[in-house]
Design a protein around this ligand. Sequence first.
Ligand SMILES: Nc1nc2c(ncn2[C@@H]2O[C@H](COP(=O)(O)OP(=O)(O)O)[C@@H](O)[C@H]2O)c(=O)[nH]1
Ligand SMILES: [Mg+2]
Length: 443
Amino acid sequence: MVLEGLGESLRHALKKIANASHVDATLVKEVVRDIQRALIQADINVKMVLDLSKAIEKRALEEKPPAGMSNREHVIKIVYDELVRALGEPRDIPLKKQVIMMVGLYGQGKTTTCGKLANYFKKRGLRPAFIACDVHRPAAYNQLEQIAASLNVPIYGEPGSKDAVRIVKHGLDEFRKKADVVIVDTAGRHKLENDLIDEMKAIFNAAKPDEKLLVMDAAVGQQAGPQAKAFHDAVGLTGVIISKLDGTAKGGGALSAVSTTGAPVVFIGVGEHSSDLEKFDSTRFVSRMLGMGDIQSLLEKAQDAVDMESAEKSARRIMSGKFTLHDLYQQIDMLKGMGSLSKVAEMLPGGMGANLQKANMGDAQKRMGKFKVIMDSMTEEEMNDPSILKAGRIRRIARGSGTEPKNVKELLKYYDMSKGMIKGFSGNRKMKRGLMKQLQFNQ
Ligand SMILES: Nc1nc2c(ncn2[C@@H]2O[C@H](COP(=O)(O)OP(=O)(O)O)[C@@H](O)[C@H]2O)c(=O)[nH]1
Ligand SMILES: [Mg+2]
């Protein structure tokens, strides 16, 4: 995995805490210094390292561990929290009709990433298209055209023309009806020059993109901060994509771009092919880096309190009659572990909790898993208001989730039933029986 060295030294630093007989200020300071050293060796921006270590030290010395958590566990949890915070809360690029503009210096992987994104959206049932706005490198149009042909994605360009703004306008006209996600590839330079920034701003004003994604090579090092800042000041980034993390680069520099811009890393590139793109999730990334096994049990401890809270919130919202696909999704997540399921069950009125535990979880989980995959291919709008799901959208969602329209309809039927049940919850025995039957899937 990427940043192997950093993970190793962080784990080493945390072990000092795990093995200590008791945690005091001297030990905290020593460990914070170890963490600093590890981060700087991984090329993470110096200011980010200082901010991060200050935050860890302050919290570790001042905060009391929550009930049920030892001092030692608490410090480890703080290190995890602060690393996640520094890398930005995870963010998904929504699956919707939109314009995406790629920016970045020459050779960072913009054009290659255009192909990866197109592949990503296509797999999820949306129609991508390219506009080729790199008007400076003679071969740029051909490079994108080859990628377009290999993915069977339409491309608009005016080879030979130097007028990027005109091209983007024409391209948007061309694709207004014919595409969902229009990906605009722009030119790079060897270094940041004012005319690059001006051209980018001009394209930006013409395209009014929903997403402005900075593509950064993992090898960028300490230059990442100033580079990201210049792009951010010019167009306001919504996300960062780190490319070439399959190589030997340390990657820490590119990760620091996040703290400079506040725009989270949304994807990482791990190869030259269109399928070599991975979603980036800071929580998963940090867990992996710190050693999943140890961190996991700790997080579960902390999560218990949160689960309880969100289960309660969800239950309250459901009782008040509001029930979206988000709630259904969350319910399915809770059904995953009997542990947390029993918590939900405890909150259900009447004897339902006991009945629920007897339900056949194996089949249910399989079907629920499929429902989740289907919901992952829905847009925010659809999740909040499933009534807009007509035949066209259902087909798109089925395509995107690798299922059949009839599976999507099944999910919607299940949603309607659950919603109906919930409305009639208070004391209607027939309804309760119906819900039980649904949960056991005796169709
Ligand atoms: N190994 C590897 N190579 C990549 C990755 N992304 C891009 N490249 C390569 O980096 C070089 C420059 O990429 P390109 O997309 O043309 O960069 P652009 O100038 O920013 O458009 C090409 O040779 C790509 O094949 C990646 O994630 N991994
Ligand atoms: Mg390019």
